[in-house]
Write a protein that binds this ligand. Structure first.
Ligand SMILES: [Zn+2]
Length: 178
């Protein structure tokens, strides 16, 4: 009887929270959340030897595109926290200096949840104020390189670093742009 109840319960849970991969919709194995084992292969950190102050965490392909879509839809709250963690890990991997502030570039109508989560993780203030004595970090979902380099030139900071979840172009084309 207990087993029947448990089975029923797990079936109901499956209906409410279908445990499917967000990208390929296959059923998730135990201990996997949001993405299945195969789709997690797309989660490999981009690497650069060059000193860059604009960079991304992943290449915009496969399940990363799905992650980006979910981040923009803001239906699953923890997705923002997960992406913020990836961004912070990438900052450390690239040995970027610790910023003094996280500078939100969004306007008032669109809340910048991602910048906020990164500022919490880094324990640095989220501040919409320019200051020539400070290093600023800008956090984006997608990096449009042309837009970002224009924006960087207009900002008054000691140095501006920009980290995004991915670039809007393929990583192989990057050298044409950066
Ligand atoms: Zn999958």
């Amino acid at each position: 009887m207990k087993d029947i109840i448990r089975n029923c319960f797990s079936r109901i849970l499956d209906l409410i929270y279908p445990n499917l991969c967000l990208h390929c919709f296959s059923k998730l194995e135990k201990n996997y959340f949001y993405f299945c084992k195969d789709c997690l292969y797309d989660f490999s950190y981009l690497y650069t030897k060059k000193a860059r102050s604009t960079f991304a965490v992943f290449e915009n392909k496969g399940s990363i595109k799905t992650l980006l879509k979910e981040l923009q839809r803001q239906k699953i709250l923890s997705i923002t926290k997960i992406v913020a963690s990836f961004i912070v890990i990438q900052l450390f991997r690239l040995n970027w200096p610790m910023p003094d502030i996280v500078y939100p570039i969004s306007n008032l109508l669109k809340k910048d949840h991602l910048s906020k989560e990164v500022s919490i993780l880094l324990k640095k203030p989220l501040r919409k104020k320019q200051d020539l004595s400070k290093i600023a970090l800008i956090v984006l979902d997608v990096i449009d390189i042309e837009k970002v380099s224009k924006m960087k030139k207009q900002l008054l900071f000691k140095k501006v670093y920009v980290m995004g979840l991915c670039f809007d172009v393929f990583f192989d084309d990057l050298d044409l742009f950066l």
